[in-house]
Design a protein around this ligand. Structure first.
Ligand SMILES: [Zn+2]
Length: 358
């Protein structure tokens, strides 16, 4: 089911022929300068005196965190904050384990929380490990967000994880008043990513058991790939020198891919559809995929996500790495490429300039 059509964004710039390796931070900086230099300046200038509040909406694993963090890194990390509701709930879960912090939190809520269920009933939802934000009543969630924002210096916000269901959309329309951002523009950032991309991102994900860094065996390997002869499988070695060559591992449930998150994907899709038709709030539309036949017109080839496969060369004791553009079918069955995060962020930067009227 395809609900809304996202336009393809052109990141190709006439006259820019230089190629970039977008995995390298240094290269990335030059890339952004060349592709969106004036727009970056405009946003920096704007953020000197102003802020904004942007809601990130997209399927699970759509890249919400990646894009907004990269945006902040490029524009100005001190002026922009990625606010994950899921992380906040997990932090509060930990706070509740500490006697003193628990007391403080509860007395804050006694003064500030208003809702349909009592605090005694609502608090257990925060205590469960890996709790689903969904189960935390919205009224409680909002008091907690308000407290969290009030603690910080004012910055432009990317909100990740709210609204999370259809009821919360109406709350989000008044959210900026609630957190004291009344004068700031609010924006919905909708991310469209085909299910097959989410699926592969999950299925091949690998995580460092020490530093928790997440990579992908097929789509985003580390510098060193090894081969386990006994198990006959390739593995990634963490790049972080502190981890001393730790072998990255699969997370339980990931091998199921989108089968494991079917309900959640349906809800995310509904949320996008609903917010797409909202009046009065500007929208940024980020489209992750591009039909193979259209790619050349819109993007440069190094902006396309490659896929990696491996071959074990026993006589050399080496792993041979094979790289090629990754092709897959999108939700409508069209053979497509997926864009690298940097390219998505160029699109985000340029559209932000538009919606902020800079
Ligand atoms: Zn590590």
């Amino acid at each position: 089911m395809k609900s809304v059509q996202f336009p393809i964004f052109k990141t190709k710039v006439e006259g820019v022929t230089r190629r970039f390796n977008l995995i390298e931070p240094e290269e990335r900086r030059t890339y952004f300068e060349l592709k969106a230099g004036p727009e970056i300046q405009k946003i920096r200038e704007y953020l000197k005196e102003n802020s904004f509040i942007a809601y990130l909406l997209g399927k699970k694993n759509a890249g919400k965190g990646t894009y907004s963090k990269m945006f902040a890194e490029i524009i100005d990390p001190d002026k922009i904050f990625h606010f994950s509701i899921g992380d906040m709930v997990r932090e509060i879960g930990k706070e509740l384990e500490d006697k003193q912090l628990r007391k403080e939190l509860i007395s804050f809520l006694e003064e500030n929380y208003r809702g349909w269920i009592s605090l005694e009933e609502a608090i257990p939802a925060l205590e469960k490990r890996d709790t689903k934000t969904l189960t935390v009543p919205t009224e409680l969630l909002l008091s907690l967000v308000k407290r969290e924002i009030a603690r910080r210096e004012k910055r432009a916000l990317f909100i990740d994880g709210f609204p999370r269901n259809l009821d919360q959309i109406s709350f989000s329309l008044f959210f900026r008043d609630l957190i004291g951002y009344r004068e700031d523009p609010d924006i919905f950032i909708l991310i469209d990513v085909p299910e097959s991309v989410v699926d592969e991102r999950m299925k091949h994900r690998r995580i460092c058991p020490i530093c928790q860094t997440s990579r992908n065996l097929k789509l985003f390997p580390t510098k060193k790939v090894g081969y386990d002869q006994k198990r006959r499988e390739f593995y990634l070695t963490c790049n972080n020198s502190n981890c001393q060559g730790a072998r990255m591992i699969k997370k339980e449930g990931d091998e199921l891919g989108i089968k494991a998150i079917g309900e959640r994907l349906k809800m995310d899709e509904k949320l996008i559809k609903q917010t797409f038709s909202l009046y009065g709030i500007p929208k940024v539309l980020l489209r992750n995929s591009i039909p193979v036949t259209e790619a050349e017109k819109y993007v440069d080839d190094y902006e396309i996500t490659p896929e990696y496969s491996y071959e074990w060369l026993p006589e050399k004791g080496q792993v041979k790495i094979i790289e090629k553009p990754w092709e897959f079918y999108d939700d409508e069955g069209i053979l497509s490429f997926s864009l690298l995060p940097s390219s998505m962020v160029v699109s985000l930067i340029k559209q932000m300039v538009e919606v902020l009227n800079l």
